[in-house]
Design a protein around this ligand. Structure first.
Ligand code: SAH
Length: 218
């Protein structure tokens, strides 16, 4: 059932945007998208009052919705440009997907957990975003028939840089990927050069649920 987005929620979102600014987010378009998307729609009603705190929360199937700071920072690092085609690995709650879709981009997103993929399919708010294309599958494989992509965003902790995703990245394209294990990763921004080589920038430590191999059909 559609939920209500009232002045209180909107006020809390303004405060959240200020928190993100104070933490160093500079991209005004990203901040505007965070201010526009009702994050409380994506959370269990039990957490509604805390929806606009800058923290991660559990969602269904043992997964999490990322912290707003992390969502904002990853989006900012993508340096999105007009007509970019974006691939996201780890749909989760679809909050990150909606932030990118709110900016007007076409966003392809993959989730490996069937239960979560189905759950998000029932979510009324996604009807606002026909530019989100959802897939149930293994992010290590990417979406070869829809690529190549201008930008690729991984929202789970990757054990290594998946070679197939590098193949599906355009020349000049950017991949933002947290690499590492044990809930602690380094956020890498990878740019694919004309000769196919990769340049790597380390954007610091973050914490994500792991990127796991294969699909989970339960
Ligand atoms: N972007 C999400 C973050 C969800 S947490 C959000 O805004 O809510 C990370 C998600 O990545 C989880 O839902 C997890 O199931 C998914 N995931 C982990 N490994 C994956 C893989 N190999 N392919 C696709 N999704 C994967």
């Amino acid at each position: 059932m559609p939920k209500d987005d009232n002045y209180l929620h909107k006020g809390l979102r303004k405060q959240l945007v200020q928190v993100l600014r104070d933490k160093g987010i500079k991209d005004e378009r990203v901040l505007a998208a965070i201010e526009a998307i009702p994050r409380h729609f994506f959370l269990d009603p039990a957490f509604e009052r805390q929806s606009y705190e800058d923290r991660a929360f559990p969602i269904t199937a043992g997964q999490t919705i990322s912290m707003p700071y992390t969502v904002a920072r990853q989006t900012e690092l993508l340096e999105l440009k007009k007509f970019d085609k974006v691939l996201e690995i780890g749909t989760g709650s679809a909050y990150q997907a909606c932030v990118i879709a709110q900016l007007g981009y076409t966003l392809f997103t993959i989730e490996r957990q069937r239960a979560l993929y189905d759950y998000v399919g029932q979510f009324f708010f996604l009807k606002n975003f026909p530019n989100i294309k959802r897939f149930y599958g293994d992010g290590f494989e990417g979406l070869p028939s829809y690529g190549p992509f201008d930008k690729i965003l991984i929202t789970c902790g990757a054990p290594f840089i998946p070679p197939k995703l590098v193949e599906q990245l355009k020349t000049g394209g950017i991949m933002v990927i947290p690499v590492g294990d044990d809930g602690k990763q380094q956020m890498l921004r990878i740019t694919k050069q004309a000769d196919g080589s990769l340049t790597e920038e380390n954007m610091g430590a973050f914490s994500f649920v792991p990127m796991l191999q294969g699909k989970n059909n339960r």
